[in-house]
Design a protein around this ligand. Structure first.
Ligand code: PMP
Length: 301
């Protein structure tokens, strides 16, 4: 038999050449995107969620009689809920009540329990609520806290970064990723720079809050993620929201890639970097599937 567990399908995603998006660039400049939306949970967050759960099980912080709880704006929660369902773990998530209906339905479909927090308090409110619940009964819960958990960036160090190095045969010259918890950027960049210190890493933040890309600019009232080390980036750039949305639409229509807007922001930024080069290989991330944003009307004019 040639079969495997669902969980074994996390990671090992394809690296796609974006031919239409880079058509007018010289042949010596290429843009590639890591198709993280093809993970079984539909996003880049399957990788850190699995690593945090595995480390929790290995250390004893998580077991079958404990409940996994975390604050998540969506994709990490979906990953926890999917892995929890496959592994028989109870999952409770706090999220702002204005999270999209699709997202809530997906989480509930996997059997996760949702605690909705005040939308005006945003992700801060959801995080504060988790801390209260855990403080009330610390032994009942496993709280991975993706913002401060090194397993988050390490999943990308051992996975995403190592895969990009291998898939480009070590020819990658630039890496672009948006900042949410910063795990993708930190882990992938550290791995690529370990392989070749000359690779340039560009950290992107949108000019207005965008799903899962709260970015540091939008975290002024919150604290900066504990796993974030700003010096790891060679450059920080801002992506205009309208440019991100336009690129998101181009990706679906011209490349057949129905992905979420943070992927559009990443590809727009990768293209801007590519335009400044005579030669190079620019790699970025398609963070999640676009099916989660259909009700936002992103793909229709
Ligand atoms: N885009 C989307 C759609 C995400 O769900 C996330 C994860 N929060 C990111 C971008 C940012 O990734 P990271 O948390 O690794 O910085």
């Amino acid at each position: 038999m040639d079969a495997s567990d669902l969980i074994d399908q996390i990671g090992g995603t394809p690296l796609l050449r974006l031919s239409e998006i880079s058509r007018d660039l010289p042949d010596s400049v290429t843009i590639y995107a890591k198709a993280e939306h093809l993970n079984p949970g539909g996003s880049v967050k399957d990788r850190p969620a699995l690593r945090m759960i595995n480390e929790g099980l290995a250390s004893g912080a998580l077991s079958n009689n404990k409940t996994l709880i975390d604050a998540t704006s969506g994709n990490t929660g979906i990953a926890y809920a999917m892995i929890g369902a496959a592994r028989g773990l109870r999952v409770v998530l706090t999220l702002p009540a204005n999270a999209s209906e699709e997202r809530k339905q997906i989480l509930r479909a996997y059997g996760a329990e949702l605690i909705l927090t005040d939308p005006l308090e945003g992700t801060d409110g959801a995080q504060a609520r988790v801390k209260e619940i855990v403080a009330d009964d610390p032994d009942a819960y496993f709280y991975p806290n993706q913002y401060d958990n090194d397993a988050n960036w390490k999943a990308h160090f051992d996975g995403t970064g190592a895969e990009i190095w291998r898939q480009t045969k070590g020819r990658v010259t630039h890496f672009v990723a948006g900042l949410g918890t910063t795990g993708t950027f930190m882990g992938t960049t550290r791995r690529l720079k370990q392989e070749n210190a000359g690779i340039r890493a560009i950290a992107m933040q949108p000019d207005s809050p965008m799903h899962a890309l709260e970015g540091l600019k939008h975290m002024e009232t919150a604290r900066v993620p504990g796993i974030y080390v700003p010096e790891v980036a060679d450059e920080h750039v801002v992506c205009r929201t309208e440019d991100a949305l336009e690129m998101t639409r181009r990706l679906s229509r011209e490349e057949g890639l129905l992905v979420g807007p943070s992927g559009g922001a990443n590809v727009h930024t990768a293209r801007r970097i590519a335009e400044t080069l005579d030669e190079g290989i620019v790699v970025t991330i398609l963070c999640d599937t676009g099916t989660r944003y259909l009700s936002d009307g992103l793909y229709t004019d």
